[in-house]
Design a protein around this ligand. Sequence first.
Ligand SMILES: O=C(O)CCC(=O)C(=O)O
Length: 300
Amino acid sequence: MKAAQDCYPSRVGKREEILERLDPVIYDYSEPISPNALNQHQLQQFEQDGFITLPDFMPEMVAPLLDEISRMKQSMAGREELVTEPDSHELRSMFALHQHSDLMDRFSRDQRILEIVHQLLGSEAYLMQSRLNIKPAFRGKSFSWHSDFETWHVEDGMPRMRAVTVWLMLDENTEFNGPLYVVPGSHKKYVSCQGTTELNNHQKSLKKQVAGVPEPESIQQILKDNGLVSIKGKPGTLVIHECNLLHGSPDNLSPWPRSVLMMVYNSVENRVTTPYSGLKPRPEYLSSADQAPLKPVNKD
Ligand SMILES: O=C(O)CCC(=O)C(=O)O
């Protein structure tokens, strides 16, 4: 099947270009009656910066999730959803956690999170991906600069920018242990990268991304206008970042691990179709075949 018209071409062999975003950032500005919904000030901040940090959002979830992760490292050992660091056998990432754990499934559907997701996307959402990034002490390697949307568009077939990543800090994220760097406002530009996509690119890119990484000149250009922020916080801090935000993170040289639990929500009005690369879709653990709207679960 041929992909729909490509509004955000990338890796089509041409020189790199910085294009304008064509889609809204927030699809619904109304404030639902809920203590968790973002207020107008927070919505404006998200619109402007492309991310928002909510300290102390779910501190009570941290210990149970860490216990569950220890258990899952055993129960999922040897599976392809587990990715090691590029130069060691240390675990770098684990995917599809919600398919292997009731607690992770419930976390992904927590009403407190889904209310915000629905608000931002202006629709119901499905869980496209769940992921733990571990950044082990001393050995956790960097993540290259990228926009998630660029990859999801080219390699998974996400048509438009209508998705968010919601992530929970499970360790303190400090200046020393490889925090996420983001470029505020960068979600309003789209870097159409040069080059092409290799078959089974994910097998390399999950360890070290190369295709879809903007050239230093483009990063500098976007950075010049917007500056750079590192996202720090205590365990239990929730961060929401827009799918096209330019981000990356450095090696963890410190003795402290930095694990973050990430859930990717895509609007049910923006379901992935055929990869725009023209290659076969990536495995289901990277872009879920289950695209049914998520049913919220209450905290208690
Ligand atoms: O965990 C990190 O430091 C980077 C994560 C990231 O960029 C991603 O998962 O897309």
